[in-house]
Design a protein around this ligand. Structure first.
Ligand SMILES: [Fe+2]
Length: 306
């Protein structure tokens, strides 16, 4: 899988929806919540340099592609090119605005730990950064994906509440045995969501916003489907973990996510026990299709689904 990713230049964070699956006890830190010190002072000039390369590439691409809220959050957080952000400073600003903090973790954490953090308005972010020689490959979400991709959106009150609710919902789903279905909602919104602004489609998902290649693919390629977001449809849809998405789901505004945060999922899980399950590239009868994808990019590619 690693080789395939490098060859195909997929810059997304394939592991970002697999919280905990790769986290073995070997990597467990001393604290029960898996947090560690960011160790900002220990970043080397080369590591700040990788951040700068990635930052400059994305900030060239995102105006006109990322949604207004993302660009505004980026601006207000004063995330800069020259250095990896200090989580203490980000947390101060976030705390004032939406009551969130960024906490450092050494990599993927178990699901339960991840959800506990989100439910407590703490965003766990990898404190390490990818190598300069592997700019477009991520085995686990690093500081660029987690901070550049996710943190600007946490300045938005709707997203801030939605992600907290997802954490609480995740703990419940885990107890009920429905985590797989709920994880698809996170994947197709927080990670790979598109939003319709009056000027056109825009990115709000962190997996897209932190990836140079997918920022262009998600919006401009004729290959993927772009489909109006419907909760149950999304919960029935599998996704790609190691390549571009075959379908993106589009919301009309971030308030739509806030409504999702208030829904009782228990009856939905019951309904999902029967009925169809969709492959990542499938268009279904009830879909409001915004762009019918040609599917040309994924045709003939051997890709591992979720
Ligand atoms: Fe992520």
């Amino acid at each position: 899988m690693r080789k395939q990713l490098e060859q195909h230049d997929s810059a997304q964070a394939p592991a970002s929806g697999r919280h905990g699956l790769a986290a073995g006890d070997a990597g467990r830190p001393h604290s029960a919540d898996w947090t560690i010190a960011q160790g900002w002072e220990r970043y080397t000039a080369d590591e700040h340099g990788v951040w700068k390369t990635l930052y400059e590439r994305q900030t060239r691409l995102l105006p006109g592609r990322a949604c207004d809220e993302f660009l505004q959050g980026m601006n207000e957080l004063a995330i800069e090119a020259d250095r990896i952000p200090d989580f203490r400073r980000l947390s101060e600003l976030l705390m004032k605005r939406t009551g969130w903090q960024v906490v450092a973790v050494p990599g993927l954490v178990p699901d339960e730990v991840f959800f506990e953090h989100l439910a407590g308005r703490r965003f766990p972010a990898g404190n390490f950064i990818r190598k300069a020689s592997e700019l477009d490959y991520l085995e686990e979400p690093d500081v660029f994906h987690d901070v550049f991709g996710h943190v600007p959106m946490l300045m938005n009150p709707a997203i801030a509440d939605y992600i907290q609710a997802y954490g609480e919902g995740g703990l419940r789903a885990q107890r009920l045995g429905h985590l797989e279905k709920l994880a698809r909602v996170y994947w197709y919104t927080v990670e790979f969501g598109l939003l319709r602004q009056k000027e056109g489609l825009r990115i709000y998902g962190a997996g897209i916003a932190s990836s140079a290649t997918e920022s262009v693919f998600a919006l401009e390629s004729p290959s993927p489907n772009r489909i109006r977001f419907q909760l149950e449809r999304v919960m029935r849809t599998r996704y790609r973990i190691d390549d571009f998405q075959e379908s993106y789901f589009v919301i009309d505004g971030l308030d739509e996510l806030l409504e999702l945060a208030r829904i009782d999922f228990a009856p939905i899980y019951e309904r999902l026990a029967s009925g169809p399950e969709y492959t990542p590239g499938e268009v279904s009868l009830g879909d409001e299709v915004i762009t019918w994808g040609s599917g040309e990019y994924h045709r003939g590619r051997r890709i591992a689904p979720e």
